[in-house]
Write a protein that binds this ligand. Structure first.
Ligand SMILES: [Zn+2]
Length: 326
């Protein structure tokens, strides 16, 4: 028997981005959603190319199912479907020569609607109303210039079970007296969110396209029928538009589902092979022969979040160094 070298801890780091932008002073959308400026993103990708093996979603799914990982593996992912994925990230990824996976909330792409958190940010920044009160889902005083207001309103969507989000957003927009129509919304969406042609271009350029549900609802707030529509529906939307099998779903807002058996069952029934949370850490994927004692939960694959305030050294430490440690 061949003497084997000491086997290192097989650790997979998955890093999450959303939007790559400079966001100057007049930016009307969610100011927290850009994880990196274009220059910062380029430096980060060059760092990964230098220090790590950037893997594809195929490699990731195979590793979760027991295949060995290459040295220092990192998977680069993007959530939501921001237009900057196509306009800004794709040219950088191509020039540095690394693949990435894009998780798409499919209804927004088809319907040319603004993501719910971006509609909240936009009406709060456009309103001239200093103070008002909404009645749905509960009585809530709205003070648009209060710095915690945006967070209060997005939390309401994240935590209220079975919320009629449209009814809530319509009342908010009306009470804030912000002019709104399908044409106004579509124009905003066109500036901020990819179209199917952009996503097909990503796929043609070797990028991987996977699911981020249909309407970006927090899975924990949904009943069985809504779960089925969000999970299966999104997979069918993607397969019809891109023509490739969809294997993975990234949970909207990133909250893990491992403690919620009915959601796990719904993810599995919808045909996904893996599910990813966010802000949740790195993964230890032991070889297949050790999985019976050191199992991996395929529906609790963890990711690291990034943000613009990270220095290049911090990015390297959080993403590359844990995998360089062996
Ligand atoms: Zn998202």
């Amino acid at each position: 028997m061949r003497v084997r070298r000491f086997a290192p801890i097989p650790r997979l780091t998955i890093v999450t981005f959303h939007h790559i932008a400079d966001q100057g002073g007049r930016y009307q959308y969610d100011p927290d959603v850009a994880d990196a400026t274009p220059a910062q993103f380029r430096r980060q990708m060059e760092t990964l190319a230098r220090h790590c093996t950037v893997i594809t979603m195929d490699d990731c799914v195979r590793a979760v199912e027991g295949a060995p990982l290459p040295q220092n593996p990192v998977l680069v992912t993007f959530d939501d479907g921001y237009r900057s994925c196509h306009d800004t990230a794709l040219p950088v990824l191509k020039s540095v020569g690394i693949p990435a996976t894009f998780f798409i909330a499919t209804s927004y792409i088809t319907e040319r609607r603004l993501y719910w958190w971006e509609r909240i940010a936009l009406v709060l920044s456009r309103t001239k109303v200093a103070r008002t009160t909404i009645m749905f889902p509960d009585v809530l005083e709205i003070v648009p210039h209060d710095p915690i207001m945006r967070r209060k309103l997005t939390d309401l969507i994240k935590f209220t079970p079975a919320l009629d989000i449209e009814r809530f957003l319509v009342e908010l927009t009306e009470k804030l007296e912000v002019e709104w129509s399908p044409a106004i919304e579509a124009e905003a969406a066109d500036g901020l969110i990819m179209k199917w042609d952009h996503i097909r271009t990503l796929a043609r350029e070797g990028m991987d396209i996977e699911s981020h549900t249909r309407r970006h609802r927090v899975l924990q707030t949904l009943d069985a029928a809504a779960l089925r529509d969000e999970l299966s529906g999104s997979r069918l939307d993607l397969e019809a538009q891109i023509g490739r099998p969809v294997r993975a779903v990234a949970y909207p807002v990133g909250r893990a589902i491992s403690e919620v058996p009915r959601i796990r069952a719904a993810v599995q029934e919808a045909g996904y092979r893996i599910g990813l949370s966010n802000g949740s850490g790195v993964n230890t994927l032991w070889p297949a022969q050790l999985r019976s004692v050191l199992p991996i939960d395929r529906f609790d694959i963890r990711r690291l979040s990034t943000d613009r305030s990270m220095s290049d050294a911090m990015f390297l430490t959080s993403v590359a160094i844990p995998s360089l440690a062996y």
